[in-house]
Design a protein around this ligand. Structure first.
Ligand SMILES: Cc1cc2nc3c(=O)[nH]c(=O)nc-3n(C[C@H](O)[C@H](O)[C@H](O)COP(=O)(O)OP(=O)(O)OC[C@H]3O[C@@H](n4cnc5c(N)ncnc54)[C@H](O)[C@@H]3O)c2cc1C
Length: 496
């Protein structure tokens, strides 16, 4: 296949770039190795749209974070993604920690962040009655918000597709195709792809792609972060994002409501060498719980409904690397996108476009960087039972009775919503992909009731055997054989 631009990686960065580029008369193909987009760090993070005061003002990550932050209201409204600008508080328990708060405030003001304020203990407790009363000061940032990171990623990809982009799932880049110091395309498990430019947005694996060239080597160190997610009973326990005063390695273990009304605590920061190890451990989760309790002492272990982890890739420069490769013409690297990569993603996409304009001028490749006349900025809002009132829903049911059949009782998701998710521009083809689009299985019972029904609906809609329906792509099918066939085989003495 030949196109203008190949993007490697369907995380929030790759999909934001795909959407931004789909405004232009370009043929864009995004390659993602997993069975869905949002399968890397963009699936498992804190979901915070940071105000942007944390990183030093002279870093790229700080500048892009601050530039992107105000864009989230319109972007999320356009793409029908849940986003709430609830504000954040960094809590200090002593005068030493206050010094750090003052640095963050000054740093943020240098970057042009509005509304930063250091609050007293009384002001803090008025905002957050469950906060530890030993807290002395807090840095308030009204522009911080919360978003569903994976829903944003999926929506960006959907929007790129309706504007002509292609998303190729289960397509893993395994090598590059190079000629005379210039990238021609990539080799994948499904064949070769050729393009005028290749954008490397492969997240944790972007170092491996970048280092195919003899560029300055990109070097990652990895840190895993684990989380606990609470039931919705705890959704109002705090109403802002609460951070402790940060350490040298991380922003610390935070406590935050989620956009869906749960409560989340985490992440810790553990060194790891394994990019694929997303296991959780008792020791780490205990650290998460105990640290969160320092901020809000009444926190209980009761009602924790899930635990998960994500991996951050820190480049040795401790900053984002967004630049044309020096060693390989036509390759643009977007690497080292650690936090605040989610918050900065819209601005990363804009920066990429600027690089492409400049680079294309220099290289004089034959791509059309003129605007598409019919670019569609928005996605049609999804019909969601949990979001609509009874009477509207009755109208929806009258049109399509599938919306009357509740499949997930905890999150109130109907069969109609699941079928819609399976037929979105980037279709859901696994149980977890349906979950990320509709919230089936994210409630109290964690899929205990709805998973078999989701599996059945997927099999029917995709016209495949239920034995072929997977949890999250290749190698994760849930059913092994029909029970009766298993029993008959066993009775006949066959080895199972
Ligand atoms: C624990 C944790 C908490 C965080 N919290 C926040 C936060 O609150 N706010 C914030 O702003 N940022 C946060 N971040 C950072 C943010 O999550 C990341 O910066 C962002 O998700 C990076 O997006 P990405 O698209 O670069 O990478 P990813 O989301 O990892 O996407 C890369 C994609 O490339 C695919 N891929 C890799 N190799 C190949 C290949 N060879 N061929 C094809 N596809 C490939 C992967 O499967 C993946 O889907 C956090 C990160 C972590 C880990």
């Amino acid at each position: 296949m030949k196109c203008d631009i190949l993007i490697i990686g369907g995380g929030v960065v790759g999909t934001a770039i795909a959407r931004e580029l789909s405004r232009y008369n370009l043929e864009i193909v995004l390659l993602e190795k997993e069975d869905d987009v949002a399968m890397g760090s963009s699936k498992a993070n804190s979901g915070i749209v940071h105000a942007g005061y944390n990183s030093p003002a002279d870093t790229l990550k700080a500048r892009l974070n601050v530039k992107a932050n105000p864009q989230f209201d319109k972007l999320c409204a356009d793409l029908d993604v849940p986003f709430k600008r609830i504000g954040s508080l960094v809590i200090a328990f002593n005068e030493d920690e206050l010094k750090q708060l003052k640095w963050e405030k000054e740093n943020g003001e240098k970057l042009g962040i509005k509304g930063l304020k250091i609050l007293s203990r009384d002001e803090l407790l008025e905002k957050e009655p469950n906060l530890n009363p030993k807290a002395k000061y807090g840095l308030y940032a009204p522009s911080a918000g919360i978003v569903s990171s994976y829903e944003l990623t999926i929506a960006l990809a959907d929007n790129a597709v309706i504007n002509g982009g292609k998303v190729m799932l289960e397509t893993e880049v395994r090598d590059i195709i190079e000629e005379k110091g210039r990238i021609q395309g990539v080799k994948t498990n499904t064949g070769d792809f050729y393009a005028s430019y290749v954008i490397n947005a492969a997240g944790l694996f972007a170092d491996e792609i970048a280092n195919y060239s003899n560029d300055t080597k990109i070097e990652y160190s990895l840190r895993k972060g684990e989380y606990h997610l609470y039931d919705k009973n705890w959704g109002n326990f705090v109403t802002h994002i609460l951070f402790p005063t940060p350490s040298k390695v991380s922003k610390g273990i935070l406590i935050t409501p989620t956009v869906h009304g749960n409560l989340m605590i985490g992440p810790n920061a553990e060194e790891t060498k394994d990019k694929k190890d997303l296991s959780t451990s008792k020791v780490a989760l205990n650290e998460v719980f105990e640290s969160a309790k320092k901020l809000v002492p009444d926190l209980k272990r009761l009602d924790i409904i899930n635990s998960f982890s994500g991996i951050r890739a820190k480049e040795k420069s401790n900053d984002f690397i967004i630049a044309a490769s020096k060693g390989l013409e036509g390759l643009i690297n977007v690497a080292g996108i650690q936090s605040p990569g989610l918050s900065a993603a819209p601005a990363i996409a804009e920066m990429l476009l600027d690089i492409l304009h400049e680079y294309n001028h220099e290289l004089k490749r034959d791509i059309d960087l003129s605007f598409k006349k019919n670019f569609k900025e928005t996605l049609t809002p999804k019909k969601r039972l949990y979001r609509t009132d009874y009477y509207n829903w009755q109208e929806i049911i009258a049109e399509n009775p599938d919306f009357a059949e509740i499949v997930c009782r905890c999150e109130k998701v109907s069969k109609g919503e699941i079928i819609h998710a399976i037929n979105r521009p980037v279709p859901a083809t696994s149980i977890d992909a349906v979950k990320r689009r509709t919230r089936t299985g994210t409630g109290r019972c964690q899929g205990g009731f709805c998973q078999p029904r989701v599996l059945e609906i997927l099999a029917k809609e995709l016209n495949i055997s239920p034995l072929k329906v997977s949890k999250k792509g290749k190698g994760s099918c849930l059913l092994f054989a029909r029970t009766k066939e298993m029993l008959l085989s066993k009775m006949a003495g066959e080895k199972l």
